[in-house]
Structures are given as C-alpha cells and as structure tokens.
Design a binder for this molecule. Sequence first.
Ligand code: BTN
Length: 309
Amino acid sequence: MNSISEIELQYCYYVFFAKLNIQRLSFLRPSQSKLQGKRFCVKQIDLLDSKLIRGMLSPDSSDRISKLILLEEVDSTNSLLQKELNAGMGPVLVCAADQQTAGRGRSGKIWHSPLSKNIYLSISWEYALPYNKVDGLSLAVGVVVLDSLISYGYPELKLKWPNDILFGGAKLAGILVEIIGGANSSLKIIVGVGVNVKMSAKQGSVIERSWIDLYSIRHKPPPSRNELLATLVNHLIDLFLSYPEKGFSYWQNSWNARDSFMGKNAQIISNGEILSGISRGVDSKGRFILDSSEGLLFITAGDVSLRES
Ligand code: BTN
C-alpha cells in the first residue's frame, strides 16, 4: 500500500475538522487537481470531479449543459443557480457541492447538508411554455430520481407524495423544484436534488424526521458520487427534453406503482386543517387523490403535508 502523501493527509485533517463542525477550514483543503488520481491508504475519498462527471454524461447532456459548477461549499446549490439565471446565465446549468451551509427543503424547511458523501445537486432548464404545460413535472422528477437510485440496486425505494424518496418510511432523498418567470416570459426551472449517500449518525442527529442513507440500506460502499451525479443529470435532461410532449399522464402509472401510501389511511395537513381519508395515488395532473367521507378530493402540491394516519 502506498504511504499517505502530504496532500492526502491535509485533506484528511480538513474532513476531520469539518466533521467536528469546525468551520472556515477551506484553506486546508487541497485543490482537486492535486488530489485527482491519488490512492488513499486511510480512506477512499470520493471527491466531486468534473472530468469524471463529464466523461459519464450522455451526448445529449454534454450538448445541452452550458455550465457545470462543482463547489466545496455553497449556501444552497438551488440559490446559486437562481443567482446565475438572474445574471443571464443558462439556460442549462448544473451545480453540485460537497456541503451546503443553507440548504433548502420544501415548505421553507432546512435541508441539512453536512460535508459528507451526500449528493447536493441542482440543474436548471428553460421552457418557452405556459406554466400549465409543465404540471406534474416535479412528481416526474421524483420517478426519475427514484428509478436512477433503483438502478444501483435499491429496489425497495418508494415515493411519498409529492416527491420524497423513502426507504421503509425513512427519508432518503428530497426534491425541491423552483420556477422563475412564467406569465409572459419563458419558464426557468430549477430542480434541486438531495440524496443521503453516507452520513454519520452524529451529522444526521439534527434532522427532525427519520432519515436513512444509501450506505445504511446495504451496508456496503454506495455508488460513486460522480457516477450517481452523472446518472441523475442524464436522466433529468432526458425528462426535461421529453416532458412537454409526454406530460405527466406518461408518468402517472409509474408514480402510482411506487407510491408508499397507496390504499393507506392518510391525512393531508393544509393551513392547520386536517383532511382524512384513504390515499388513492395521483391523477394525470399529479394531484394527490384522497378518498374522504366527502368524496374524492384532488390536492395540488403546495404548502401541504401528507402523513399516515
Ligand atoms: C425536501 O425534501 O424538502 C427537498 C430537499 C431538497 C434538497 C436539495 S439539496 C440540493 C438543492 N439545494 C438546496 O438548497 N436544496 C436542494
């Protein structure tokens, strides 16, 4: 085995202190170019590597992506893409980071994003279409992310409306779709995907709901982050390209087949009001169908949350 080099040791210190939450140590992190291709005798460190990612992108993805941004730290990959789009960059931007200091989840929640082997990815797209033509896109993103993860050997994963990805009830991945513009201008869409790949119990202890990572599902090394990122980007770009023609009705059956709530007692909480009934999956627009005592209710994904009752 090769002995650890100065650069590798420096990186290990950086990871160690960052895990203890001692911030502002970026100066310790050696540049990616110095680390590339090194073999680690202490622990394999799966750095984000633009060369590796680019090598695994499909021709369609490579042709479309205007900019691939890989960062050690950022407030939020979604926020960064928002700034880039507002500054006139785009239309297809991809950003991934090793950690987020202000990661954002749905409904204003925090997405805890420690320095670890997790995926924090955002990708932007632009449509010259009215908003109603992309109804349900955020649910289709859920199916695409789920299928990408299943293809790495995690067949038990399920969806929770609108687009959470669960393993046995614990959250593995979340999706935040944000839309800029609309009425008279073109639609700019930012899709943010967070996947727990490997995170220590201590790092995850601040997360309020039950969570899981890919590593804990199989207790074996999860797929490389670079490969997973490239796969997600390829599949999301395929989805963006085909969505206007296919619409959500193309994805409806796939979504329902993977629904963790189908046929179960469920409650929808909206503005403090609780609606109870039986979950009947989603309709062709991606609306959640609740079979309640008042008949079928069709609920759009907004500021509502779903729980089992
Ligand atoms: C949720 O389930 O609440 C959505 C979580 C989305 C998290 C991802 S991580 C990458 C991107 N950047 C963010 O700030 N959020 C999304």
